[in-house]
Design a protein around this ligand. Structure first.
Ligand code: C5P
Ligand code: MG
Length: 191
């Protein structure tokens, strides 16, 4: 199995690049944001709970998100490996993921951290909000709150993975294709 984490602030291009990576490396995509949004659409209990956080740009509590990931992975026994997109977002989630992945005799192989300037992130999110209708991409105060959550709770994971020797920083500015090439080089170096 080959497992990678695509890491970065909101608007860094995690979803866009995941779609290309999963095809090239034949991996299963787990976007926790997408799973939450599907639950919101389906008006499930999880969806109602998640919406109350997502609409404010806050993180859903760890235990809820971790249980959801465990549930997803349980039904994926034939996978070659996974792309984790939007998870982990806290140190607790990172530690939980290590335990989960160890329990299936596997490991996180690489963490690809997309680096993008904040002005560019805001621009991309507002653009995406127009096209997708995502409420959390349309309101600048919510976007700012998501950055604050990222800086306070998610960014510490960079040190966590750096210490494990798994962190690769990748420039996330420029054309989608050239960013993809940089990511592939980083993957191929460890694969
Ligand atoms: O990953 P994505 O940007 O799609 O996530 C959208 C929202 O979903 C986040 O702003 C957050 O409210 C919620 N989320 C979360 N915990 C995660 C992933 C997403 O709370 N691990
Ligand atoms: Mg995304």
């Amino acid at each position: 199995m080959f497992n990678l984490i695509i890491f970065g602030p909101p608007g860094a291009g995690k979803g866009t690049q995941s779609a290309m990576l999963l095809e090239k490396y034949e991996l299963v995509h787990l976007s926790t944001g997408d799973v939450f949004r599907a639950n919101i659409k389906g008006e499930t209990e999880l969806g109602v709970l998640a919406k109350s956080y997502i609409d404010k740009g806050e993180l859903v509590p760890d235990e809820v998100t971790i249980a959801m990931v465990e549930d997803f992975l349980k039904n994926q026994e034939d996978a070659n490996g996974f792309i984790f997109d939007g998870f982990p977002r806290t140190l607790s989630q990172g530690e939980a993921l290590d335990n989960i992945i160890r329990s299936i005799d596997s490991q996180i192989d690489v963490v690809l951290a997309l680096e993008v300037e904040e002005d560019e992130l805001v621009k991309r999110l507002l653009e995406r909000g127009k096209a997708s209708g995502r409420a959390d991409d349309q309101d600048e105060a919510t976007i700012r709150n998501r950055f604050a959550e990222y800086n306070n709770k998610t960014e510490p994971l960079l040190g966590y993975y750096d210490q494990q020797g798994k962190l690769k920083r990748v420039a996330g500015m420029g054309q989608i294709e050239e960013i993809f090439d940089r990511l592939c080089k980083a993957v191929d170096a460890v694969r």
